[in-house]
Design a protein around this ligand. Structure first.
Ligand code: NAP
Length: 346
């Protein structure tokens, strides 16, 4: 344990944050988590082992100036995970960018005012690295997403602006704390809460007949328990610095569907038609215009391209080892069945 002071975790109710909190409590830390509703609304957090003695939930909203001042006061480490994670929103500026960017600035201001914070661990995303794969390029932490805007991949835009704001703040203000950033790819895995995370929902949709066929599309995946582990390592490793691209394995949609079939889920409405050839890609690009705006955009900028990235920095500097995605995927599906997001069988 590197601190006896409470570790502040913003967005405690979130899919990733709940796992971070569980790990922190398991390792003996005290936690001050921020939530938007009354603390009693989060029995899945209050029921964690050690929560009764060492978890405090405090209400705060990213859009309220100064909301985190009192909360962060006295903390040495802050994990800033809170940020809206949604793909199709009505108003990208107010629904995504404002809470992501203003919220980050608000939290960092509070860290600075506190005088006690030593390090902030910021949950960014692959979205801040790029919003489209490039088959000819291997992405690393040196890359920045320069393509997104309010019209093009607004979620990616919000994450890019928020991470930039965090780095700018640290450079500009020269305060006493440092910043370490985790950039996860698609995070899947069991959920501690009944809600269905946006990425797990994509797996649910693939199993529920939402996708017309198998597309030529691929993603990096990482298990939520490994993402939580990465946050703790970023806090506890004195030499941790900069950004950490956090992804275990890349899976093509074809491989994903095959894995689901071979893992005992073949009776679900998995896509059957193979549209991963050139003709299928053209067809899917046309059909993408029938999808919600941002889903359509995602298909058009990702289909027919191979996502390549290098995760060596996190492996070597934080010493993390990732669980196999096959296991993670199986547990994700079983967990969605347990929570009732998927039927027992079809
Ligand atoms: P999540 O379950 O939707 O959690 C988001 C959290 O942010 C929730 O606690 C939410 O609170 C909070 N939040 C949103 N708007 C807020 C506001 N205005 N004020 C205060 N809190 C607010 O998503 P997640 O997957 O755990 O994501 C956590 C972080 O990881 C995000 O920064 C996301 O961009 C990043 N990330 C996620 C993935 C992924 O695949 N899941 C991949 C890369 C990066 P409520 O519960 O009250 O809504």
């Amino acid at each position: 344990m590197i601190t006896t002071k409470p570790v502040c975790v913003t967005g405690a109710s979130g899919f990733i944050a709940a796992h971070i909190i569980r790990d922190l409590l398991d390792r003996g830390y005290s936690v001050r988590g921020t939530v938007r509703k009354s603390p009693q609304s989060y029995p899945f957090l209050l029921g964690l082992s050690g929560a009764k003695e060492r978890l405090e939930l405090v209400q705060a909203d990213l859009l309220t100036a100064g909301a985190y001042d009192r909360i962060i006061e006295g903390c040495e480490y802050v994990m800033h995970t809170a940020s809206p994670y949604e793909i199709n929103v009505k108003n990208p500026q107010t629904d995504l960018v404002d809470p992501a960017v203003n919220g980050t600035e608000t939290v960092l201001e509070s860290c600075q005012k506190s005088g006690s914070v030593k390090r902030i661990i910021f949950t960014s995303s692959i979205a801040a690295i790029t919003d489209e794969p490039n088959s000819m390029k291997v992405f690393t932490e040196k890359d920045w997403n320069t393509m997104s805007s309010l019209e093009r991949h607004p979620y990616h835009y919000s994450k890019t602006l928020a991470e930039r704001a965090a780095w700018d703040f640290v450079m500009r203000k020269r305060q006493n704390f440092d910043l370490v950033v985790i950039n996860p790819f698609m995070v899947i895995g069991p959920s501690l809460s009944p809600s269905l995370n946006t990425t797990n929902r994509m797996i649910r949709d693939i199993m529920s007949g939402v996708y017309p066929g198998i597309m030529d599309i691929n993603w990096g995946f990482v298990d939520v328990r490994d993402v939580a582990k990465a946050h703790l390592l970023a806090m506890e490793t004195d030499t941790a610095s900069g950004r950490y691209l956090c992804s275990a394995e890349t899976l093509h949609m074809k491989g994903l569907v095959a894995l689901l079939k071979s893992s005992g889920f073949s009776t679900y409405a998995l896509p059957k038609v193979d549209l991963s050839g050139k003709a299928g890609t053209i067809l899917m690009k046309v059909l993408s215009y029938t999808q919600p705006r941002d889903t359509g955009m995602y298909i058009r900028t990702n289909i027919g391209r191979t996502f390549r990235y290098d995760n060596a920095k996190i492996l070597h500097e934080l010493g993390i080892s990732f669980m196999p995605i096959k296991d993670s995927l199986t547990e994700t599906v079983k967990d969605m069945i347990r929570w009732g997001h998927l039927p027992q069988s079809r």
